[in-house]
Design a protein around this ligand. Structure first.
Ligand code: GUN
Ligand code: FE
Length: 425
């Protein structure tokens, strides 16, 4: 497909300073899959580019889901009346065990992949299961969609369930290395990511080996950090010499660095020392507000993390989060930050719309490079949204139309989606 074209519509995007730039009735130029910028009239140099006319529609950057569990999509919206560890044992582990069966995996993953493709997400960082064949199948299917993703074969060699545990660290390491060899150069848009489930699931030997593979092969790591109070106490018992949960990961070389950044989901209870560690390592925090509410985990201190210049993006954490919608995660991020301010610490002001919009677009997008904005040089990931179904006598600015969308997602329709200048929906 030709990657030189122009989208006409009501365009808005965030800058790194979290300022929303609004351009009603303007032109967004795609030059060879990259953004040239937004213009109120077409510059001479691009007059020959074809125009897709989306007049009256909202055009925003694609959204990034920094944390989702593909195999858990089958039970989304079910089994929420538990905290993390019971929820893993009763819901997640038994379901993930089914992915040993490739026929089952194919059916389940085709639904996940199809729904992700048709969602507002353009980039995602995804957990598979511990099964390397099923995870490779998931990667094959995702690559067909032209979404851009990191996908992990999960590692877990302890505290799993009857049908879901790697037999020992040596087997886990061997299978992981083999899977990385087979997938690291296989795809256009899909990359393997090392995925120790969390410290309770991985022996010290396994964690050390993962840290080594990451450093020697420049393969990124994703995991979970400080999600639930019981989990945190358990980690302290499992890694007694660690100062805290973040330090336990750092001791295994699993917090990444600025060239090979790690994603850590949740970070609900991170201390000042852990925040320093995350900053030193350039770690990305995947904020998953829906999941934090559903599993009664707690509220991540996002204002504090933003003040500390930590990289923050949004995650669905399906299926502890019920839905894949990062649009909805934006309003949930604002809402939980208000509860944090009211109930936990009134020195951390609630997030505002522009901040939630930033973390859902550019904050998480940065994990993929120049992604998540329409400034010149950014990869051309764009969503075209129809808001004509909203019935109201109120006159609204473009920014207000977008703000309303995150609270009323059901009243909006995604009509087109572009990733790296490729129209995929
Ligand atoms: N911690 C370890 N595994 C999981 C998981 O599958 N979901 C969530 N929310 N937390 C986890
Ligand atoms: Fe998770």
């Amino acid at each position: 497909m030709n990657k030189d074209f122009i989208l006409k519509g009501d365009i808005l995007y965030s800058t790194e300073e979290m300022i929303i730039e609004s351009y009603p009735d303007s032109y967004l130029i795609c030059n060879d899959g990259k953004c040239e910028g937004v213009f109120t009239s077409i510059p001479e140099a691009y007059k020959g580019f074809p125009i897709e006319d989306y007049s009256g529609k909202i055009i925003i950057p694609g959204l990034t889901d920094l944390h989702a569990h593909a195999p858990q999509y089958t039970f989304r919206g079910l089994g929420m009346d538990m905290e993390l560890i019971d929820w893993l044992n009763e819901n997640a582990f038994p379901e993930e065990a089914h992915f040993e069966d490739l026929e089952y995996a194919k059916k389940a993953y085709s639904i996940f992949v199809d729904d992700l493709k048709n969602s507002a997400t353009t980039r995602a960082v995804i957990f598979g299961t511990l099964h390397k064949e099923a995870t490779t199948l998931l990667m094959d299917m995702l690559d067909e969609t032209d979404l851009v993703t990191y996908v992990g074969k999960v590692n877990m060699d302890r505290n799993g369930s009857e049908g879901l545990c790697e037999p020992d660290s040596a087997t886990a390491i061997r299978n992981t290395k083999e899977w990385i060899e087979n997938t690291k150069n296989k795809y256009k848009n899909t990359k393997p990511i090392l995925t120790p489930r969390f410290i309770p699931s991985c022996s010290d030997e396994l964690m050390h080996a993962i840290g080594e593979i990451s450093s020697s092969e420049n393969i990124r790591i994703q995991s979970h950090l400080s999600e639930n109070p019981f989990e945190i106490r358990w980690v302290k018992e499992l890694v007694p010499h660690s100062e805290n949960y973040g330090d336990a990961y750092a001791g295994f070389n699993a917090l990444g660095n600025t060239d090979t950044p790690a994603v850590m989901a949740h970070c609900v209870y991170v201390s000042n020392e852990e925040i320093e560690l995350l900053k030193e390592h350039g770690t990305y925090v995947a904020h998953c507000p829906d999941s934090n509410m559903n599993l009664s985990s707690g509220i991540a201190p996002i204002r504090k993390l933003l003040n500390s210049k930590i990289n923050v993006g949004l995650g669905s954490d399906v299926a502890a989060g019920a839905s894949l919608s990062i649009v909805q995660a934006m309003s949930h991020a604002i809402q939980v930050s208000k509860m944090y301010w009211r109930y936990v610490n009134s020195s951390y002001a609630p997030l505002k719309f522009n901040e939630a919009f930033y973390i859902g677009t550019l904050g998480g997008g940065k994990y993929f490079g120049k992604v998540g904005s329409f400034l010149k040089g950014y990869e051309f990931d764009a969503l075209v949204i129809d808001d004509s179904k909203i019935r109201s006598t109120r006159a609204t600015t473009l920014q207000e139309r977008c703000e309303r969308m995150i609270y009323l997602p059901a009243e909006y329709t995604l009509i087109s989606k572009y990733v790296k200048g490729q129209k995929i929906v």
